[in-house]
Design a protein around this ligand. Sequence first.
Ligand code: MOS
Length: 740
Amino acid sequence: MSIIETTKLGLVGKGLDRLDGPFKVMGKARYSAEFPAKKITYAVGVGADIANGKIRSINTAGAEAAPGVIAVITHKNRPPLVDGKTFAGGGAQGELRMPLADNVINHAGQYIAVVVAESLECATYAAHLIKAVYIEEDPVVVFDDKRAQRYPAKQWFGEAVTKNRGEAQTALLASAVSVDNKYRTPTQSHNPMETHATMAVWEGDKLTVYDATQGLYNTRKALALSFSVPESNVRVVCKYIGGAFGCKGAMWPHVLLTTLAARAVNRPVKLVLTRAQMFTNVGHRAETEQRVALGATADGAIQAIIHHGTSHTAVDGEFVEVFTKATPMMYASPNLSVSQDLVKLNKQMPTFMRAPGETPGMFALESAMDELSSAVKIDPVDLRLINYAKRDPDSGHPFSSKSLIQCYKLGAEKIGWNKRSATPGSRKEGDWLLGLGMASATYPTVHFNSMCNGLLKADGTFLFTSSTHEMGTGTCTVMSQIGAGRLGVPVELVTFELGDTDLPMAPISGGSATVGSAVDGAAVEIQNALSKQLSESPLSPFSGVPQEKIVVSGGKFTVVGKSETLSYVDALKLLKLPSLEVKYQTHFNDKAKSFSMHSFGAHFVEVKVDQDLGTVRVTRVVSVMANGRIANEKTCRSQVHGGVIMGIGMALEEATLFDSRSGRVVNRSLGEYYVSVNADIPPIEVHFIAETDKEINSIGAKGIGEIGITGVAAAVANAVYNATGKRIRHLPITADKLFV
Ligand code: MOS
């Protein structure tokens, strides 16, 4: 398949408003909790008050007697569930342990019961009447607890975590200049506007589940296994998602509990998580403690990179927050050592959260680069240029495309980097100290196989279908644009339908991957199917012309040297076809074995810090991204905005706090878990470097959902250092840390 010329697609620089926007504004976009069902019932999950121990007894009598209550399910009376044996962290079940399996409690908030009632109010009231008596043990919630089991992390999706090049420790000691510090990032919780929601409807042994999920097919598979029904009996629907960020990537226990309850009460059951449950029942980003050591020559050439550290996982499952993932690829150092440990804590399973790995990892690495820049007295941008990796130093492969130098240069120009003083604390405005900081951003381009069907209808409109997800990113819009761009027709003629396992297979919407290649492939299939018939059919004016001589240009079929052109609908009519349907499936891009495929970018941040109060305000952000083809400048810009906003939250605000005595999350609300709000966010300037990438896929695009957050926290920390001379290595950067 050939690369479509940017100009032919006409997409770069042209933002297209989201096609789903009007539905959302009018309240017509139906989210998972909003589907109707006859004789609906409402379920509420009840969480454990302790983080470690056992249920000695559980009294459900009060709840059962409460008005409107239909069923109370605990580990004592839970109907059987087949252990799905689908792997945790891999996009199916978020936890390996089946819910309500026994009386063991491994984390605070772990479900101990589910109440089903005639109304949400009845269920909520009855849930509070459930009384459990526990055999409590002290929870293990901090890394240095001697009881915590610690072991080396081995792999992440088949790739080894530990990597070594040369002799890093020896090279570090021999380096003219070095920095060696510890960085820490706290547990962070996803807070999409839409909390998780599931509605399960059984009709005999046929199951329909409406679920807020980034992984429809995985959820179907896990449900089919757990309830011993064929996958073909299970339909999972999710038309709109009110944000996800990774927490909806895996199937969490409430999906099984809702489905189980629906079968038990023989009526549809709806369950919506409370905001508080978002902090204890759908994963989180693991806490990290990272050592980064960099050694360089006096000219700033890095000789050694060491990146070691620890993140937590659950007592009963493994998730690796691979903060060392980008490090081996990022800078050209002859010597490198990266490795990670896992510590088992009484917290729920960690999970994917926007750029899992890179987000905490780039905070540490890019902070360390800034520290090295001070130590070696070389400007941070220059230091990165000196150590620029022309080829991937890890795999040795060339990059399929890499425009990071342009990102650094444009970002520096736009923020006015030349105004930065290398001496911290030298710029002041009244009580405020001003600082500039920067950091690199990166995220890999991942490939998952996916399918898409294409349909050309008699009225000349097109329908593409794939069971992917609309997370609020603009999937429907961009997939329509990709289809229209390949076909050469106005986007108004194209509809894209998603969000239903009755549609062709799509993978988890994670890793910034989309089904763009499948849509593009389906559009090509439509062209091929028509040109084949135009070549072969006696009804065609191009009859007998070899198929490869029939070309499509500007949405018309023609033969080189002939003046006659046929639109898609002309072709259908001439061929006497009522419509034309094609199927397409992507195949693994073998070029990914010989090219290193990543997006790159740079964030430049200006902060002001109140020198008396320690208040940090981010006053400007310039983010420059090189992301292959930008299919829709507007939605792509929104993704980078969102990433930067989340990155500022990570830098200054976000932390899920666990009480070390009880193991409970103490800030389980948006009133106490701070995320960035409008008042925290300055103007964010986003620029894209146009890239042509002929290796990456047929569209030349790289996913953009995650890169925007990577590096932001480091850029903020680096700017705070430039403003104050204080290096904060433990996020979030709160005022108390700047006082001392
Ligand atoms: Mo993303 S954290 O892979 O949803």
